[in-house]
Design a protein around this ligand. Structure first.
Ligand code: N01
Length: 545
C-alpha cells in the first residue's frame, strides 16, 4: 500500500512515504545503492541534502579540487556507463567527477527516486512492526524495511572554533562547503588554514590569482607528486577494452587500485637500487610511489625511513628557501602515518614570492582578528580566510543523525568510545540497517569499496527473501571481534603514528581515538565479507518473518 503525504519537496506534492528502502545521500554510495535496490526489484528513495547528486563532489568545489584516484578506477563497473563515459585526464577535476555522477544518475534514470534539498534528521527502528521510521527536515516521515545510510566518510566538515571569527571583516569559507558561485581571489590576500589533501590542492591554484597566500601549517605532510596528464583517444580505448582486468585487480589490490604489488621489500635490493626504484615511483607519480615500489613501507619502520628520507630530500631539492623547505619536511612521523596528499606543483608553489608559510606547530593560531589571523602576538592581515581544516570523518556522518535502534538505543551513545560495527556494514541492535562504506570498512579507493558493499547488501537481502527472514543484525560478539581485528591491524602498521589523523579521529578535539578503518586491504575485506555470506550470514542474528 502506498500512503500519500500532504507535503513534499522539489515540486512533488503527493510523494509516497512507504518504501522497502530509504537511503541517506546521493553521492557515490547512495547512487550505487539505489541502482542495487532497483536490480533487486525493491522500492527505494534516496534523501539528499544538496540540490543535486554528487555527494563529496557536489560540496567540495574549491579551486584545484580533483580526484587522487586515477579516473578509470574511480568509477563503477556498470557496463553501459563504462561503455559510454569518457574520462579526459588521469585525475579528473571536480567538475568532471561530478559530471560522471550526473551522467550515471541520468543514464540509470535514478533522479526520479531522489529527494533533493532534504536532510534526514532522525531514524528509529520499531520492534513490533520490524520497520524503520525516517524523519527529514522537510517534515516528512517515511517508513522502510531497510535503512541504508550512505552519507560518505567526509560529509561533516570540521572548522576549529577560533575566537574572533564573528568579527572578521573579510570573507571566510570552509573548503567542504564551497560556494557554487566561486570566490574571486584576484588581488586578495588569502589565509589558508591547514595543509591536508584539500589545502594541498587549493594553494598552488589560488597562488596564480591572489595577491598573497599565507599558509598556516600545523603538521607538514608527505605530499607525493600526482603527475597528471590528459588521456589520448588511444589510451581511452585501451582502458575501455581492459575494464574487466582493471576491476579484477582493483578488487584484489590493498587500496582498491589497478596497481601491481612490487613483489619486493627494501631489504631485497641494494641502497643504490632502492633509490632508483623510488626515483621511478616519484616520477611515475601518485600512489604508485607507495604501492609499486616496496611492499613493506606500511609495516617495516626501516623501509619506511628510507622512503621518508627520499621524500624529504625531494622536498629540499624543490623548495628553494632552505628554512621553508625544512618546515615543509615531516620529521616526527612515518610516511603514510597520515594520509599522503597528492600535489600538483604543491612544493613548487612555495618558490613563488606571493606564497608564505607560517608554522603554527608550537605557537598555535590564537584568534581571528577583524583584519586577519593572529599567531601569538603576530597578526597576518588578510581579506579572505579558507578553512581547509578537515572533517569529522567516518563517524560524523552517522552520529550527527539521531539514529535509534532496538529499545531506543542511540547510535551516538553506542559509539561514545568509538564505532562498533560488523564488517563496517551492520551494528548490533540496529536490525536491517546497512551502512555503505561505514566506519571500520576499508580506507581505499572508495567506489571499489562501495561497489563490493552494495553487492554484499544485495546478496544479504536476496538471502533474506529466499529464506523468509524479516530482519538481520550482527551478533554482539561479531561486532566486538571486528573491533578487535580492526584495532590490531592498525596497531601493526605505521598508520597509528601520525599526529591528528582523521583515520583515528584524533584530528577532532575530544573525539575518542579509535581505528575508523579496516586496514588489511580490499582483497582481505572482500574475503571476510564473502565468507560471512557463504556461511549463510552466521555472524548475524536472523529473525523469521
Ligand atoms: O583534511 P585533513 P583534508 N590549527 O584533516 C589542519 C580526502 N580528500 O580536507 O595535520 C591549525 O587531512 C590540520 O593540521 P594537523 C582525503 O582522504 C581527498 O585536507 O591536524 N591547523 C591539517 O593540516 C584526505 O585525507 C581528496 O596538524 C589545523 C588540516 O587542517 C581527507 O579528505 C582531496 C587546525 C586538515 O587536514 C581529509 O583531507 C581532498 C588548527 N586548529 C581531501 N585544525 C582527493 O581525493 C586542523 N588543522 C582529491
Amino acid at each position: 500500500m502506498t500512503v500519500l503525504n500532504e507535503k513534499s519537496h522539489d515540486g512533488a506534492p503527493d510523494s509516497p512515504t512507504e518504501f522497502d528502502t530509504v537511503i541517506v545521500g546521493a553521492g557515490f554510495g547512495g547512487l550505487r545503492m539505489l541502482h542495487e535496490m532497483r536490480e533487486l526489484g525493491l522500492s527505494a528513495v534516496a534523501i539528499e541534502s544538496g540540490s543535486d547528486v554528487g555527494g563529496t563532489w557536489y560540496w567540495n568545489r574549491y579551486p584545484g579540487a580533483r580526484t587522487d584516484s586515477e579516473s578509470w578506477m574511480y568509477a563503477f563497473p556498470i557496463p553501459e556507463i563504462q561503455e559510454e563515459w569518457n574520462w579526459t585526464e588521469r585525475y579528473p577535476t571536480q567538475p568532471e567527477a561530478l559530471g560522471y555522477l550526473n551522467f550515471l544518475a541520468d543514464r540509470l534514470d535514478l533522479r526520479r527516486d531522489i529527494r533533493f534539498h532534504t536532510r534526514v534528521t532522525a531514524a528509529e527502528f520499531h520492534e513490533e512492526k520490524q520497520i524503520w521510521t525516517v524523519h527529514t527536515d522537510a517534515g516528512d516521515t517515511l517508513t522502510c524495511t531497510y535503512f541504508v545510510p550512505a552519507a560518505g566518510p567526509l560529509n561533516v566538515p570540521y572548522k576549529p572554533d577560533f575566537d574572533g571569527l564573528a568579527d572578521f571583516q573579510g570573507e571566510w569559507h570552509v573548503s567542504g562547503r564551497w560556494p557554487h558561485e566561486g570566490v574571486d581571489f584576484k588581488d586578495k590576500k588569502v589565509a589558508v588554514i591547514g595543509t591536508g589533501a584539500t589545502a594541498v590542492q587549493i594553494i598552488p591554484v589560488i597562488a596564480h590569482t591572489a595577491a598573497e597566500v599565507t599558509v598556516f601549517q600545523r603538521t607538514p605532510n608527505y605530499v607525493l607528486p600526482a603527475r597528471n596528464y590528459t588521456l589520448s583517444d588511444e589510451q581511452r580505448q585501451g582502458i575501455r577494452a581492459d575494464y574487466d582486468r582493471i576491476w579484477e585487480q582493483c578488487r584484489k589490490h590493498f587500496f582498491g587500485f589497478d596497481m601491481q604489488p612490487a613483489g619486493r621489500t627494501i631489504h631485497d635490493v641494494t641502497a643504490e637500487e632502492a633509490q632508483k626504484i623510488l626515483e621511478w615511483g616519484w616520477e611515475t607519480g601518485g600512489f604508485r610511489f607507495i604501492f609499486e615500489t616496496f611492499d613493506d613501507i606500511l609495516v617495516d619502520p626501516k623501509s619506511n625511513k628510507v622512503v621518508a628520507d627520499f621524500a624529504r630530500d625531494k622536498i629540499r631539492s624543490i623548495v628553494k628557501d632552505p628554512e621553508t623547505a625544512e618546515l615543509l619536511c615531516p620529521k616526527d612521523y612515518p610516511i603514510v602515518g597520515k594520509r599522503p596528499p597528492l600535489g600538483h606543483f604543491y612544493y613548487e608553489a612555495f618558490n613563488r614570492d606571493n606564497v608564505h608559510l607560517v608554522d603554527v606547530s608550537t605557537t598555535p593560531i590564537s584568534r581571528i582578528t577583524p583584519t586577519g589571523v593572529a599567531v601569538g602576538d603576530q597578526e597576518y592581515e588578510v581579506d579572505i580566510i579558507i578553512f581547509a581544516t578537515g572533517f569529522d570523518g567516518q563517524t560524523g556522518s552517522y552520529t550527527g543523525l539521531d539514529i535509534r535502534g532496538r529499545d531506543g538505543v542511540k547510535l551516538s551513545d553506542k559509539w561514545a568510545d568509538g564505532p562498533r560495527t560488523h564488517l563496517g556494514i551492520g551494528v548490533d541492535g540496529f536490525p536491517n540497517m546497512f551502512m555503505v562504506g561505514g566506519p571500520q570498512a576499508p580506507f581505499a579507493n572508495f567506489p571499489v569499496i562501495i561497489d563490493g558493499v552494495a553487492d554484499w547488501i544485495g546478496r544479504a537481502i536476496r538471502f533474506m527473501n529466499d529464506r523468509g527472514i524479516k530482519s538481520i543484525e550482527p551478533r554482539p560478539e561479531a561486532v566486538e571481534g571486528w573491533r578487535q581485528k580492526v584495532n590490531a591491524i592498525v596497531d601493526a602498521t605505521v598508520l597509528s603514528e601520525g599526529p591528528h589523523s582523521w583515520f583515528l579521529g584524533t584530528n577532532i578535539p575530544g573525539k575518542p581515538k579509535a581505528a575508523l578503518f579496516y586496514f588489511a586491504g580490499v582483497g582481505a575485506y572482500r574475503d571476510d565479507c564473502n565468507e560471512v555470506a557463504d556461511r549463510d550470514f552466521d555472524s548475524f542474528a536472523l529473525s523469521p518473518a
